[in-house]
Design a protein around this ligand. Structure first.
Ligand SMILES: Nc1ncnc2c1ncn2[C@@H]1O[C@H](COP(=O)(O)OP(=O)(O)OP(=O)(O)O)[C@@H](O)[C@H]1O
Length: 248
């Protein structure tokens, strides 16, 4: 039996009186691409922060390759192979693209840029890049340390259709190379189209966890999104009843 790369059991996280995660169970297998979706405020970013150690857990167990992650801080977790990209792209604006990648590995390496087909941008400054190019530089920087697990927070936000398709191909390629990926995004066609499994959060709880075709038609998921979209744009590009973006 394959051992999970990451195993979270009964994770709970409170911000003061706000319960952001309530007894969450999640497993990520080696080489698996797992989508995490849910309406605004469902706890998706908090789950990533709990795994990286940026937000302290209130309760629960969290292991990575069988090791207790709660004993380690964010820097140690990164060294163990956990990498993350952020919703707000945090590039060093006064460093070139190549230098930005270097900050992740501590040595000059353009290979992550070559891997993503953006090595031509190596000497450019972040301010000269399009939003889509900045996203790819963020991915390249996260991949520079050869992580075992890559956590991505809304990488498709602000990308056009072509860039989203390219991002999807890149993520499948990353997974094929052996890195597990957790993809948090509101883009349902992207998440349901490329992920092996999708975990759905609502009000800090896992309401469904399964393959995309099952999640797409799950009444609890549709209810969470339709409830969220009531009176808002309830566009459903894939005919699932799930809008592309859900705003609570
Ligand atoms: N630093 C914080 N302090 C207090 N409450 C917080 C903090 N960060 C998040 N929360 C609350 O925790 C809950 C989960 O928020 P979180 O950002 O994880 O949701 P999300 O699913 O990522 O939402 P979105 O799709 O809008 O990014 C929300 O109720 C949010 O208001």
């Amino acid at each position: 039996m394959t051992v999970p790369l990451l195993r979270a059991e009964a994770l709970s996280l409170y911000y003061g009186g706000v319960c952001a995660l309530r007894r969450i169970d999640v497993e990520i297998m080696p080489g698996e691409l797992v989508g995490v979706i849910g309406p605004n405020g469902a706890g998706k970013s908090t789950l990533l922060d709990a795994i990286t150690g940026f937000a302290p857990l209130t309760d629960g167990s969290l292991t990575f390759e069988g090791r207790d992650l709660r004993r380690h801080g964010p820097t140690q977790r990164a060294r163990m192979g956990v990498a993350r990209t952020w919703q707000t792209l945090q590039l060093f604006e006064d460093l070139t693209v190549a230098e930005n990648v270097r900050t992740a590995v501590g040595r000059h390496s353009v290979s992550p840029l070559v891997r993503l087909g953006i090595d031509r941008l190596a000497e450019r400054m972040p301010g000269e890049l399009s939003h889509g190019q900045r996203v790819l530089v963020g991915v390249a920087r996260a991949l520079a340390g050869s992580p075992k697990l890559l956590l991505m927070d809304e990488p498709a936000a602000g990308l056009d259709g072509h860039e989203r398709a390219l991002l999807g191909e890149i993520l499948r390629d990353v997974v094929a190379s052996g890195t597990s990926v957790v993809l948090v995004d509101h883009d349902m066609p992207l998440v349901l189209g490329i992920c092996d499994r999708v975990c759905v959060l609502d009000f800090g709880e896992v309401i469904t966890d399964g393959p995309p075709h099952a999640v797409r038609h799950d009444p609890a998921v549709i209810a969470a999104y339709l409830g969220a979209d009531e009176g808002e744009d309830s566009e459903s590009p894939d005919g699932s009843g799930i809008g592309k973006e859900a705003v609570r």
